[in-house]
Ligand binder design. Structure first.
Ligand code: ZN
Length: 373
């Protein structure tokens, strides 16, 4: 049941426009800590967030993002910044944001034939210099197939744009999910357990078949909800998705599954066509919606694999193609038409996954007891 481990120790996600989730959570005023007092009274519009610095960011650009000043950023991070006050990529800053920042996405872009630095920079609307700085090891004359890191800020919707359309970038902000921290997985998905698991909360986004079976790591529960919210926003789909199994409260053996032991595996039923007959026929599944669900999951940056039977991946790939996915994207995300044992694609073969996706989320960052597998 457990398929293909990543090819390198660092490949937490095997390529793809996977990678980092928006590094920030709009935690709401409740997240205030360290004695920094809230502006008086009621629901204030500000909140503590953790901002992870990306290459080329400056105090000014960070300040602009959250509606705060350089001096404030320095004051809130005095200890960390020390006398020199240098900021560098990867550094985490605490910021008392006055406005919710747009989610930032880290994309892995695969260079296509004919691409130039300028072309790619233009495509993502970022300065060429930044693009090069994000990819210091990539030679100036790269070739097709080279992978580039790109940090993008989705654009605010143009005035009057309708939501839920096919827009590129014109997006309403996603709701924030408050998930208790501390729920972590220990060991491997097929031999492990769950500590202080978090139960997937009931909502209009999900149909939970058995509430005893939907316990996950904090990381999983947060990003699962984020992905479903993104899926609903991007597609206008407003029915609940059925989540059949994550893990038991303390993880461990969970029949009939062989994995699902550490709160990182989630079974989601595939969206069906309206009025489709029951059963496993591929024709009963809405593969375009399934593709969009895959994309929304991958967009969290925290999905390691999505297991789908190889015989069904063909339908997924076809739908993705009709939806305008590029070849590079298809190859990054879907194993098919490569053989079912190929170590390629986020979507991987695992038998019996004909009417549901089995999503494996990454280990919680910093949790060394979780075995990424
Ligand atoms: Zn499963």
């Amino acid at each position: 049941m457990v398929v293909g481990a990543p090819s390198s120790a660092h490949a937490a996600h095997p390529a793809g426009p996977v990678a980092a989730a928006p590094p920030l959570a709009w935690a709401g005023p409740a997240a205030a800590e360290e004695g920094e007092s809230e502006e008086s009274g009621s629901a204030s519009a500000s909140a503590w967030v953790t901002h992870e610095v990306v290459p080329k960011e400056t105090y000014d650009s960070i300040g602009e993002r959250y509606g705060v000043t350089k001096d404030e950023i320095i004051r809130w991070n005095k200890k960390k910044l020390g006398a020199k006050k240098w900021i560098y990529a990867g550094m985490k800053l605490r910021i008392h944001a006055r406005k919710p920042a747009p989610p930032r996405e880290k994309i892995v872009y695969v260079v296509e034939k004919g691409d130039t630095w300028t072309k790619i920079a233009k495509r993502f609307d970022v300065p060429v210099k930044h693009l090069q700085a994000w990819n210091p090891k990539v030679p100036k004359g790269f070739r097709a197939g080279t992978k580039l890191k790109v940090y993008t800020n989705p654009k605010p919707p143009p005035p009057g744009a309708s939501s839920g359309g096919s827009g590129t970038g014109a997006e309403a902000p996603l709701p924030e999910f408050h998930v208790r921290s501390g729920g972590i997985g220990v060991g491997k998905p097929n031999r492990g357990r769950l500590l202080k698991g978090v139960q997937l909360p009931a909502s209009d986004m999900v149909r939970i078949l058995d509430e005893d079976k939907v316990w996950g790591t904090s990381h999983t529960i947060e990003h699962l909800q984020e992905a479903i919210a993104r899926f609903r926003r991007d597609t206008g789909y407003d029915e609940p998705l059925t989540v059949s199994s994550i893990s038991l409260k303390d993880g461990g053996r969970f029949r009939p599954h062989s994995s699902h032991q550490t709160g990182r595996d989630v079974d989601i039923r595939l969206p069906r066509k309206p009025g489709a007959a029951k059963g496993e026929a591929p024709s009963s599944i809405d593969w375009t919606l399934t593709w969009k669900l895959v994309k929304a999951l991958v967009a969290t940056g925290e999905v390691q694999y999505i297991f789908v039977s190889w015989s069904r991946q063909k339908y997924l790939r076809r739908a993705a193609q009709s939806d305008g996915a590029t070849k590079a994207e298809l190859d990054q995300l879907i194993q098919y038409p490569r053989k079912p044992d190929t170590n390629k694609g986020v979507v991987r073969h695992s038998p019996g996954h004909t009417v549901h996706l089995h999503v494996r989320f990454t280990c919680t960052p910093g949790n060394s007891r979780c075995e990424s597998y």
